[in-house]
Design a protein around this ligand. Structure first.
Ligand SMILES: Cc1cc2nc3c(=O)[nH]c(=O)nc-3n(C[C@H](O)[C@H](O)[C@H](O)COP(=O)(O)OP(=O)(O)OC[C@H]3O[C@@H](n4cnc5c(N)ncnc54)[C@H](O)[C@@H]3O)c2cc1C
Length: 832
């Protein structure tokens, strides 16, 4: 057995096998896969094998689509038939809300080239008469997906991998990982059978690998412990039952093809055919998390006891939907561990804090995702970046604040939510509140309805003071929800008076030391600000696309304060630290401190914001301290608001006159009370993140995670004014080599009366699809829907008329000049 390889993949389930295959296909000829037992002996063996294309996430839809297309090619390559039954997938809706969800999904599906059609209840009945349709509104039908045999597809990928030179070693368990500074030394133990258990023998070897990928399925917690990192990948019980033959189905099938996979989302279940009977799979309530602290040796390709009581509702619902199933007996049952993460997306990408260590863990739709994960992860490892932005799957989207208890309870919630209505304005309740800034209670008492940002509670909007606990839940919609009017009033307040926004969740880093200036000059693409000044800038990937957006404040000659998006603290910290370490030889030591939890942030904005601050600012000359001369736009000053020292930054993400007030977190309540008292004299309104998101689109401010990500360069985001081409910086040559593949634009949209886009909709020019929205919302300045997105460069011209696909119809839209509201930045620069 070889002991030195380029890449070692740990885990021989569908996911690890696909990764090994795709690494070899991408050109790495020295790849080994270790499996502690037999291939497919983890969750893969008992999966139902469904390959649903339906997914509300752009990246995941790409991943699933790749798998469905790729699996169809495997037989020709390997000679092995993976049993792909392309029977289609019928996703039914019992309510108009569910149809709204499908229409939103369908628009996203178009942006990923996933085909679909809508069917009426009559059309369903005509094709599949065994389905009860009277209480249906309709269905979404994918004809290209279906189901596959999970073990067979894994074996086919394994054969394809071997054909491409991959070494697959079974009964070897990775037991320890040591980074030497250049490669990983992985201690592997030979596993042997003992009384039905799989136990370690005394035989051990050390394998040296330049890169390691872990795809350890239900063993993720053990893997995390060995690596000294945290992973919120913990399995939950998942059940499906197999029924005896259904005579009506047998009769129907004499002259009809197989039924599609039938999903009754409102009944939390799916049904598919199996040898003349039905398989019923459910996503029920109260399924418990398992193996929080590891998988026992005695659990191999095993199952848990079936809990029929727990799935009674779904069973009854199946009998309602397929009345002929009612008299069929139970033939077989499966209750297995299905790995989850708190948001349902797997953890794919570089491990936090470690070099050349890649994670592919936490898969709940691992059969569907395996192909695409292998393909895109191999791109990341071999080429440096994937062609799609994989950030939404990055393992570092959770920080060190995450615990086992949090992950287990959140994963149970996520499982339970598989078939809920996936409102884009959804906020999930489990494990909350957890990370609260001091002003949380004050905000809550004033009607704040909170969103969950990387564990932090952040006001989304301020609802009625006497709102019942269910207010936010009941406000959700695929159209304009119950919260919409509150956000409109908040947005107007910022445009016309003053608004106060909590931005405490921002990620904040201090960078200092003799090498800090040279390092940051190389690390980011814009000019560095002068002492006391600020700049908006970007750090790029090696592929020249946007890795992170920073507001850089220069505190001293060699001291900087970097502010970036709140959701991405660990993601940004990891990138900064690794880059500084890599460049230490050139730039010297750079100290990097994550100060996110030490600083609270309030943003005050609006034409009257200066008046509010003047009430409480302490200065020898309070009348001028906030004026343009002493405090110009895009600068930082240390000021005192009452007794609170404040690092004030004159920027406003809403595009109004305004300041970000960074303050010691322990003085937050004091500052809040000061601002509230002063604001009361100027009709200041409390404003949440939703209004802010609309307002920034009126200024064409790109947001990280939507317009800005690893699939577009800052030049494609149309931000040349923040890119200093006269200097050398990380990713510059790659950015220039990419050219302009598509361009970011702002659109004003004549949409439906009761809905705005969410930022995932397809864009059309005539009959041709030409791009997609990445943000959407409502503009109070123009009294219509607004959006930002990417289109082909030749169309990215103000005045171009496009169409936006919303609610299954095309609506007129026009590309407008950047910053349609106050293009000259008059209001932001306004003097006292
Ligand atoms: C009842 C049920 C039905 C399901 N139905 C579907 C479905 O219809 N469609 C779908 O897409 N998904 C489905 N799933 C989910 C699917 O089974 C998983 O997402 C998928 O199998 C995960 O694959 P994996 O390769 O990540 O993990 P696994 O298949 O669990 O593989 C991990 C492998 O790593 C090995 N390993 C772990 N640690 C080590 C180590 N230290 N050294 C060496 N080897 C190690 C394990 O032995 C194991 O073989 C279902 C799950 C369940 C429970």
């Amino acid at each position: 057995m070889k002991t030195q390889v380029k890449a070692l993949v740990v885990g021989g389930g569908a996911v690890g096998t696909s990764i090994a295959y795709h690494l070899a296909r991408a050109g790495w000829d020295d790849v080994m896969l270790l499996e502690r037992d037999e291939l497919t002996s983890g969750s893969t063996w008992h999966a139902a094998g469904l390959l649903p294309l339906f997914n509300m996430s752009y990246a995941t839809t790409h991943i699933h689509k790749y798998s469905v297309d790729f699996y169809k090619t495997l037989e020709a390559e390997t000679g092995l038939n993976a049993g792909f039954a392309v029977v289609g997938n019928l996703r039914m809706a019992q309510t108009q809300e569910r149809m709204d969800e499908y229409m939103l999904y369908a628009s996203t599906a178009e942006t990923c080239d996933v085909p679909y059609v809508f069917l009426t209840p009559d059309e369903i009945k005509a094709r599949w008469p065994l389905i009860r349709t009277e209480d249906l509104k309709g269905a979404l039908y994918h004809h290209t997906d279906g189901y596959i045999n999970p073990a067979d597809v894994t074996m086919a990928m394994a054969k394809g991998a071997r054909q491409r030179g991959v070494m697959i070693e079974r009964k070897w368990q990775a037991d320890a990982f040591r980074w030497t500074g250049e490669s990983w030394e992985v201690t592997a133990t030979k596993m042997v059978e003992k009384g039905g258990n799989l136990v370690p023998s005394d035989e051990q070897i050390v394998i040296t690998a330049e890169h390691v990928v872990t795809a350890s399925g239900n063993h993720a917690q053990r893997t995390a412990r060995m690596l000294g990192i945290k992973m919120p990948a913990i399995p939950v019980e998942h059940q499906f039952i197999v029924m005896d033959q259904d005579p009506a189905l047998v009769e129907f099938r004499k002259d009809h093809p197989e039924h599609p996979v039938i999903r009754d989302a409102d009944a939390q279940s799916y049904v598919r055919e199996e040898r003349g009977g039905w398989i019923l799979g459910v996503y029920e309530k109260n399924a418990p998390a398992r193996f929080e602290y590891g998988v026992p040796d005695s659990f191999r390709a095993d199952l848990f006891q079936l809990d029929l009581e727990r799935i009674e509702d779904q069973y009854m619902a199946m009998n309602h939907r397929m009345p002929s199933a009612e008299d069929c007996g139970l033939k077989d049952d499966f209750n297995g561990p299905i790995c989850y993460t708190p948001d349902g997306n797997p953890l794919v990408g570089p491990a936090p804090g470690l070099r050349n260590m890649w994670l592919a863990e936490g898969f709940s739709f691992g059969i569907t995702a395996a192909g695409g994960t292998g393909y895109y992860l191999a791109q990341m490892m071999v080429e440096g970046e994937a062609e799609i932005d994989m950030a939404s799957l990055d393992p570092k989207r959770y920080g060190d604040w995450m615990t086992t208890e949090f992950a287990a309870r959140k994963n149970e919630e996520c499982y339970d939510h598989v078939y809920i209505l996936h409102h884009p304005d959804e906020e999930r309740p489990a494990c909350r509140p957890l990370r609260t800034a001091p002003a949380y209670d004050r905000q809550k008492a004033l009607g704040a309805q909170f969103g969950f940002v990387n564990g932090w509670e952040r006001p989304n909007y301020y609802g009625p003071l006497d709102a019942p606990d269910s207010f936010d839940h009941d406000s959700r919609s695929f159209r304009r929800g119950g919260w919409w009017q509150y956000a409109v009033e908040e947005a107007r307040a910022v445009r016309q008076g003053a608004g106060l926004i909590d931005a405490t969740a921002f990620t904040k880093h201090v960078i200092r030391g003799p090498g800090a200036t040279a390092f940051l000059d190389w690390f980011t693409c814009n000019k560095l600000p002068k002492v006391g000044g600020i700049n908006l800038t970007y750090a790029l990937t090696t592929a020249g696309t946007t890795r992170t957006e920073y507001t850089i404040v220069r505190l001293g000659e060699d001291e900087y304060y970097l502010v970036s998006a709140g959701a991405w603290t660990a993601y940004d910290a990891d990138f900064l630290r690794k880059a500084a370490e890599d460049m230490a030889g050139e730039f010297g030591y750079v100290e990097i401190q994550d100060v996110t939890s030490q600083w609270g942030v309030f943003a005050i904005a609006g034409p009257r914001s200066r008046d509010v601050l003047t009430e409480i600012v302490k200065d020898a000359d309070p009348a001028t301290v906030l004026g343009n001369k002493r405090f110009p736009w895009l600068s930082m000053r240390n000021i005192e608001l009452g007794m609170c020292p404040v690092r004030a930054i004159r920027v406003a993400y809403t595009g109004e006159l305004g300041w970000e007030l960074h303050h010691p977190i322990e003085m937050q309540n004091y500052l809040w009370d000061q601002l509230m008292a002063a604001g009361a004299k100027h009709d200041m309104k409390l404003v949440g993140a939703r209004a802010q998101n609309w307002l920034r689109q009126e200024k064409s401010y790109r947001a990280f995670g939507t317009e800005l990500g690893r699939d577009a360069t800052p030049l494609e985001a149309d931000l040349p004014r923040f890119v200093d081409l006269s200097k050398e910086f990380h990713g510059k040559a790659a950015m220039q080599a990419k050219g302009i593949r598509s361009t970011c634009v702002t659109l004003l949209i004549d949409g439906p009366d009761d809905a705005d886009p969410w930022g995932r909709e397809a864009l059309y020019h005539g009959e041709t699809r030409v791009g997609r929205l990445t943000s959407g919302g409502y503009s109070v300045a123009f009294d219509k829907s607004i959006g930002m997105g990417y289109v082909s460069p030749e169309l990215a011209v103000p005045g171009t008329r496009l169409k936006v696909k919303m609610l299954d119809r095309l609506w007129d839209a026009e590309i407008v000049e950047d910053s349609p509201y106050d293009p000259g930045n008059e209001t932001i620069r306004k003097d006292a």
